[in-house]
Design a protein around this ligand. Structure first.
Ligand code: F0G
Length: 456
């Protein structure tokens, strides 16, 4: 059979409260046109993030009942550690409450003021943790990623020549180099095995540790299997093992390919570094056999990491994301091509050419998707990355004005996705009537979370 179906049936359901455009217009006005301020029970289809929003399996819920909540030496930790070691292969495994806690412990341990950390594209919390340690976070996405509409199988790759240049210009100042798989900041695009291997060689030749931001490692493994002919017959778990065999450590948010609602971990092969990290862990997260997690969370992750590597699951996951992307792109909606693993990114600047960047086309589209269809997406553009000088009012803008539609794992059916396609196409039909917005209130940092807007 060519048709790919959801490889699960549904045992528990969550009702969706129906709303209409009039009610949503009211909700928007009350929320200052910021979807982070809207209660989730007023959302029909929530594509804000794929992080911690997935549905767990019966097997995960069953395992959670085995959770041992002992402060020290919990068998749940041993099951968790066994799974992480089996897939990731690192010597030391440190549990944390989510990905950014792993990043903070890594940065606190290794990064000094004046240091430089390269990455294909830093996720915002990774960047913030590196900058908080006084260092500079440098993004080195490959040249192919610049053209949003162009097809390339591994647009998440790091620019290897630029990496060599940064390492050679900053000898002694690079505590580690990182690669984010898949590249969330760059459209959820995958990184090839060749790119990771070459990056490892470049780092090793210069004595620089190589870390992976592994959040969506299983989706990356599936892209390698389907886009690199030499891996067509390789199991996803073996692809994952090879990817991590090149690295010295990783940070992980188990809220993505851990298939859990909370959790993360930090791995390394360096005994001395791991000892220091455990000291910080005890200070801020918890004892090394639970980190910031309950025993039941460790159990859910131990099962979930294997479920993310099941071929049927990845085949469905990739097909459903691609289905959304292809159906809106066919009708003319400009998206980052090819569709990513966890999300579709609409190029709002290209879709709404009548709105200048100062009218925030990405946020304008986010507002209209909610008003029209009750869909919650997130702006990844000048609201998120732009700045306003408090003294002069001078503005800076992002390179691209994108809107991300992130797909929670195992949550929505094909009919939900059809509804999303239909809503987006209706908005596309009346796109010339979409009004711009302005910022009326904003905090000095991470303004997208709490800002208030008004319609122009
Ligand atoms: N790295 C990447 C690539 C991420 O996408 C995220 C989270 C993190 C690190 C941090 O992990 O949330 O567990 O602390 N991304 C979510 C998103 C929030 O919506 O893309 P965390």
């Amino acid at each position: 059979m060519a048709r790919i179906i959801e490889p699960f049936r549904i045992k528990v359901v969550e009702p969706i409260r129906m709303t209409d455009p009039e009610e949503r217009a009211q909700i928007l006005a009350e929320a200052g046109y910021n979807l982070f301020r809207v209660a989730s029970d007023a959302i029909l289809i929530d594509l804000l993030t794929d992080s911690g929003t997935g549905a767990m399996s019966a097997h995960q819920w069953g395992a959670m009942m085995q959770g041992d909540e002992s402060y020290a030496g919990s068998p749940s930790f041993h099951r968790f550690k066994h799974t992480v070691k089996d897939i990731f292969g690192f010597r030391h495994v440190i549990p944390t409450h989510q990905g950014r806690a792993a990043e903070r412990i890594l940065a606190t341990t290794l990064v000094k003021p004046g240091d430089v950390v390269p990455n294909n594209t830093h996720f915002d919390t990774t960047r913030a943790n590196i900058e908080a340690a006084g260092a500079t976070a440098i993004d080195l996405p490959c040249a192919e990623s610049r053209d949003l509409a162009a097809y390339h199988p591994f647009k998440g790759n790091i620019d290897l020549a630029a990496l060599e240049h940064v390492l050679d210009e900053n000898t002694g100042k690079v505590p580690f180099a990182m690669i984010t798989i898949t590249n969330n900041g760059g459209g959820g695009q995958p990184v090839s095995m060749d790119n990771m291997r070459a990056m490892a060689e470049i780092c090793q030749a210069r004595g620089v540790p190589f870390y992976v931001d592994a959040c969506r490692f299983a989706e990356n493994a599936y892209f390698i299997k389907t886009r690199s002919p030499e891996y067509a017959e390789t199991d996803l778990i073996d692809i994952a093992r090879e990817m991590f065999s090149y690295a010295d450590g990783c940070t992980m948010s188990a809220k993505k390919d851990g298939m859990a609602n909370i959790g993360g971990f930090l791995c390394s092969n360096d005994d001395a570094v791991a000892r220091q990290e455990e000291e910080i862990l005890i200070l801020t997260e918890g004892f090394p056999t639970y980190g910031g997690l309950a025993g039941r969370d460790l159990e859910a992750i131990a099962v979930g990491l294997y479920e993310a590597l099941a071929l049927d699951y990845q085949r469905y996951r990739s097909a459903s994301t691609r289905y959304l992307g292809e159906h809106i792109a066919e009708a003319g909606v400009p998206i980052v091509q090819p569709p990513g693993g966890h999300a579709i990114y609409i190029d709002a600047q290209a879709m709404l050419p009548h709105l200048p960047q100062a009218h925030y086309p990405g946020q304008a589209l986010v507002v209209e998707l909610y008003r029209h269809g009750g869909i919650r997406a997130v702006e990844i553009g000048s609201v998120m990355f732009g700045t306003r000088d408090p003294a002069t009012g001078a503005e800076t803008y992002a390179e691209h004005e994108l809107v991300r539609l992130a797909i929670p794992r195992r949550v929505y059916t094909k009919s939900h996705i059809d509804y999303v396609v239909e809503s987006i196409l209706e908005v596309y039909e009346h796109r010339d009537q979409v009004r711009g917005i302005r910022i009326v209130e904003q905090p000095p940092m991470l303004r997208h979370f709490m800002a208030r807007f008004a319609m122009r």
